[in-house]
Design a binder for this molecule. Structure first.
Ligand SMILES: Cc1ncc(COP(=O)(O)O)c(C=O)c1O
Length: 432
């Protein structure tokens, strides 16, 4: 009879042969070649029944926990009435969610909504809208950003690895250093349609903006007649301790367009949205049906989106993320001091946490060791020395202790960390 382990190896081989060979190799090397079985709250089980705290979370998708039972009930009930719907017809959930997202938006000021299925898609829409509204060609984007793998979003993503294999991409995109308002000012000009940035740069290793930076970006955009587009895919819906990271790093700042996704679908339905100023609705008057998407704003997605937002607020997940994030970060900082040859730095924003290890080999090696102690955490595909620890927002204090205990054992118990074994870097995933 075939064992669980053999079944897993066979599936990974098939994945390598049919879907992505580098992914299978890199994840296997990092001890993350698991086949997800049971999923519940902060946890996931592999097929042999081993339970892990999921600190990978498809980067911020499962804020409400895996397979949240109340949201599953909502989805099951919705399936009795709805399907994906006709995108050209009309539906109550679509309008109700548009209201809700508008209310939730910074200052309640972004009252128009465009739906999408993925983050890349709504970032594409935001960039297209800024060009159409301003009739200007140029986009200013940030070094180190990741905005998605679709056309405009990939073109405006700051790491060349997302662009290079596909060039030539969309022209007229200029990159500046995130956090450097003077560099941005120097690039501003009458041809600039928009400035697009993440509130906190996640893939670059949870880089938070310097104080007053977002206000300066706003002021520069106002002065120049350019739109400010803020991406809160990773940071929205309580992840950083407030509804949006903007509430922490730029309270009072109102972007012209904000893009959202990931947690919005409750971990059950792929979903994304762009909220924007109502005055830009004139775009549709001038160019009806010029931007379409079959599955965007499907009835089921909107039902689950509404309930997800309510659930996050009812359960005060923002405050929870702040408190648990502080416990986690405090513990990791102590390890950074104790193992300073191994851990370079820890950066955090609520429960969005990044750890920089001393070299590229240590990241995947730590992933492997942590998985032995019941914690799944993966490294950044753009920088394998950077590990993300992104648990669900329903994680308990006890779970945080378990995560810290796993780090303690992985750091202390493994002498090889000081002389890392050479293994192929995650970077090859990007070159496959
Ligand atoms: C900040 C940010 N924006 C946009 C995206 C793209 O989202 P999607 O993968 O849904 O296209 C991501 C994905 O990781 C992201 O981290």
């Amino acid at each position: 009879m075939i064992t669980t382990n053999e079944r897993q190896e066979k599936l990974l081989d098939q994945h390598a042969a049919l879907i992505n060979p580098s992914q299978a190799r890199e994840m296997r090397d990092a001890g993350l070649g698991i086949i997800e079985s049971r999923r519940e709250g902060a946890y996931v089980w592999d097929q042999s029944g081993t339970r892990y705290i999921d600190c990978r979370q498809e980067t911020s998708v499962f804020n409400v926990g895996r397979r949240n039972p109340e949201l599953i009930d909502v989805l099951c009930a919705a399936l009795k009435e709805y399907d994906v719907g006709n995108s050209l017809f009309f539906s109550e959930p679509r309008v109700q969610l548009a209201h809700r997202l508008g209310e939730l938006s910074p200052g309640g000021a972004l009252r128009a909504v465009a739906y999408g299925v993925s983050g890349g898609e709504v970032n594409d829409f935001a960039l297209k809208l800024s060009r159409a509204i301003t009739r200007r060609p140029r986009v200013i984007a940030m070094d180190g950003s990741y905005l998605g793998s679709t056309g405009f979003a990939a073109s405006a993503s700051g790491d060349a690895r997302f662009r290079q294999p596909f060039e030539p991409l969309i022209p007229n995109i200029t990159f500046v250093e995130f956090g450097d308002a003077d560099a941005l000012e120097a690039e501003m000009g009458e041809d600039v349609a928009c400035v697009i940035l993440e509130t906190v740069q996640t893939w670059a290793g949870v880089r938070t903006p310097p104080s007053h930076y977002l206000q300066r970006v706003r002021d520069l955009c106002d002065k120049n007649g350019s739109l400010m587009i803020l991406d809160e895919h990773e940071t929205g819906f309580g992840r950083c301790g407030k509804t949006f990271a903007l509430d922490i790093y730029g309270p009072g700042v109102v972007p012209d367009i904000m893009t959202l996704g990931k947690a919005l679908g409750g971990g059950l339905y792929p979903f994304a949205a762009a909220v924007y100023r109502k005055e830009y609705l004139k775009f549709w008057e001038q160019h009806p049906f010029s931007h379409l998407s079959t599955f965007a704003g499907s009835d089921l997605a909107c039902v689950i989106g509404l309930s997800t937002i309510d659930w996050i607020h009812q359960h005060r997940l923002g405050s929870h993320a702040e408190a648990r994030g502080a416990e986690l970060t405090r513990g990791l900082q102590k390890f950074a001091e104790k193992y300073d040859a191994v851990v370079r730095s820890v950066r955090a924003c609520g429960l969005l946490v990044a750890i920089d290890f001393a070299n590229d080999e240590l990241g995947p090696q730590m992933s492997r060791d942590l998985s032995q102690f019941g914690v799944l955490a993966s490294c950044s595909p753009v920088s394998p020395s950077t590990m993300f620890v992104i648990p669900s927002l329903v994680v308990s204090s006890e779970d945080i202790k378990t995560i810290l205990d796993a780090f303690s054992r992985a750091l202390a118990g493994n002498q090889s960390l000081m002389a890392p074994r050479p293994i192929e870097s995650l970077q090859s995933l990007m070159h496959s």
